[in-house]
Design a protein around this ligand. Structure first.
Ligand code: NDP
Length: 253
């Protein structure tokens, strides 16, 4: 995507990023901060989040907030508690990037352990739903809120062995579509991003044989992440975007 955002695109925006400690989420948090947003870094690992917090503070932009929430253990109650504590500190959320995700195991469904199935569904579907429900009032306080989910190519077309992860990403696409319809006449847009093969820890565990040098880095796929949080996408809702349009799913060639 060729998108040239203005350097102040996200000034005065407050954006929460889940899974901000690593990979694409870390890069998105840094990028949003560089473009002026105050970011809320959500993750399960305090030490890693602290490092991202330090990097953002070093930019000299809006001071981030760090919040710990293990999505594997999230309940409707813990998400509501989290949201009500957050509401004491910020008046609204202009954006939420649901980025955190769990791959689980790449094995045929017949061999997938029910425990792994449940772990993946808990993090990739249940927690995202609980958190979204809890954060909706803060999002609706924004004059132009943007809710962004993270999908995958296997969330559109199933693939051998991608079991629970693929099913969870189909669910993510569904959640996005339902919410987009429900809020289409309100000040909230809802979309998905499919990052496409990107050089991260998750990608390396899915394709250990792959030459990671052939993959885009998280920094290279940021244009669509910026576009969806800024004013230029104000009228877009219910769409599943590709961060790397035209890229063939599967290992890098
Ligand atoms: P990484 O594994 O590099 O990062 C995942 C992030 O999610 C980390 O910050 C991780 O925290 C966090 N996370 C995982 N489990 C939990 C949990 N239980 N509670 C809170 N945070 C958690 O993955 P990517 O950056 O590659 O992936 C980001 C998103 O993009 C995911 O939704 C993934 O499915 C999707 N995606 C990625 C692709 C790729 O090629 N990389 C392709 C298609 C989709 P911690 O640092 O503590 O591990």
């Amino acid at each position: 995507m060729h998108y040239q955002p203005k350097s102040d695109l996200l000034n005065h925006r407050i954006i929460l990023v889940t899974g901000a400690s690593d990979g694409i989420g870390r890069e998105a948090a840094l990028t949003y901060a560089r473009y002026g947003a105050q970011v809320i870094l959500l993750g399960r690992n305090a030490e890693k989040l602290q490092r991202v917090d330090d990097e953002i503070r070093a930019l000299g932009k809006a001071t981030p907030l760090v919040r710990i929430l293990d999505l594997a253990a999230a309940t409707p109650e813990s998400c509501h508690q989290f949201a009500s504590e957050l509401a004491q500190q910020v008046p609204r959320l202009d954006g939420v990037l649901h980025n955190a995700g769990l791959l689980g195991e790449i094995v045929p469904l017949a061999d997938l352990s029910p425990e792994v199935w449940q772990q993946v569904m808990r993090v990739n579907v249940d927690a995202i739903f609980f958190l979204t429900q809890a954060l909706l009032p803060l999002l609706l306080n924004s004059d132009a809120g943007s809710l962004v989910f993270t999908s995958s190519s296997v969330g559109r077309v199933g693939r051998f062995g991608w079991g629970a992860y693929a099913v969870s990403k189909f669910a993510t696409e569904g959640m996005m579509q339902v919410l987009a319809e429900e809020y289409k006449n309100r000040n909230l847009r809802v979309n998905c991003i499919n990052p496409g093969g990107t050089r991260t820890k998750m990608r390396a565990s899915a394709f250990p044989e792959e030459d990671a040098g052939k993959l885009k880095t998280p920094a290279e796929i940021m244009p669509i992440y910026l576009y969806l949080m800024g004013d230029d996408s104000r009228r877009k809702t219910g769409i599943s975007f590709d961060a790397q349009p035209g890229r063939k799913p599967g290992p890098a060639e």
